[in-house]
Design a binder for this molecule. Structure first.
Ligand code: ATP
Length: 242
């Protein structure tokens, strides 16, 4: 297929001080695709997302929506251009209601004069009925699964073109994980492109179109997720028996 490319990264390297954590990564996401990056703890998955989001300086080429991103790229500007990140730590405001946390996600759009937050929130509530039920509750009182839903809902309030999810299943019970991945698959139908970073390789490959295996800062394998899920190296290292 020749769907337009949303994000193309080549030769991307990121260092913390003198220590290089990513060594020349190449990666591509086409419109409407779910792309997953799997790999062990410390492989550099969070570093990759932070660099893409403009939170860390990076070397190499990042082309987002056809535009080469310079070294001066900024989070705010990328958010305005439709890139959003749901961080591993979820970073909600516990003393604020579910609804107010969601509204914060629409802040950049609001400031740019796009006053469609009520309509967007209704869509988010349709995707996450649990959040509608809990709309007046303080975020700090939510369960782990609900907090992940709220973090995703807040990101969706920005009406992203590229939604980046950092380990959405982390710390959640199996049934909730199933629900989160069901929602990720459902989001795909809305046309949003998704970059899904996960240690839960089985669930991630099941929902993704294409996958990359990241090991010690390098892409060691890549391919359509069905092929990766059947690759003996992936099975041995990441799928185990279960
Ligand atoms: P995890 O699943 O544990 O988050 P990860 O694949 O996301 O792992 P990163 O967190 O990106 O991996 O870490 C990649 C490498 O960079 C690791 O060696 C880590 O120790 C190092 N690193 C991460 N953050 C920092 C930091 N702020 N300062 C220095 N080194 C860091």
């Amino acid at each position: 297929g020749d769907k337009p490319t949303i994000l193309e990264v080549s030769d991307l390297s990121v260092s913390y001080g003198k220590v290089e954590a990513l060594h020349g990564i190449a990666l591509k996401i086409r419109a409407g695709e779910i792309v997953t990056v799997i790999g062990p703890n410390g492989a550099g998955k969070t570093t990759l997302l932070s660099a893409l989001m403009g939170l860390l300086p990076a070397r190499g080429d990042i082309v987002y929506l056809g535009q080469r991103q310079g070294a001066e790229r900024e989070v705010e500007s990328l958010v305005r251009q439709g890139m959003t990140l749901v961080p591993e730590k979820r970073e909600l405001f516990g003393e604020m209601s579910v609804e107010d946390n969601l509204l914060l996600g629409a802040f950049d759009r609001y400031r740019a004069g796009q006053r469609d937050h009520a309509e967007t929130m209704a869509q988010v509530f349709d995707t996450f009925p649990r959040l509608r039920e809990r709309r007046t509750q303080l975020a700090g009182t939510l369960s782990g699964g609900e907090r992940q839903m709220l973090a995703m809902g807040r990101a969706l309030m920005a009406r992203p073109k590229l939604l980046m999810l950092d380990e959405p299943s982390l710390g959640l019970a199996p049934l909730i994980i199933k629900e989160i991945f069901r929602i990720v698959a459902e989001l795909k139908k809305t046309g949003v492109s998704i970059l899904l970073v996960e240690q839960n390789a089985r669930a991630a490959l099941a929902v993704a179109d294409y996958g990359y295996v990241l090991e010690t800062g390098e892409v060691s394998l890549e391919g359509p997720s069905g092929e990766l899920a059947n690759d003996p190296r992936v099975i041995e290292s990441y799928l185990g028996l279960g």
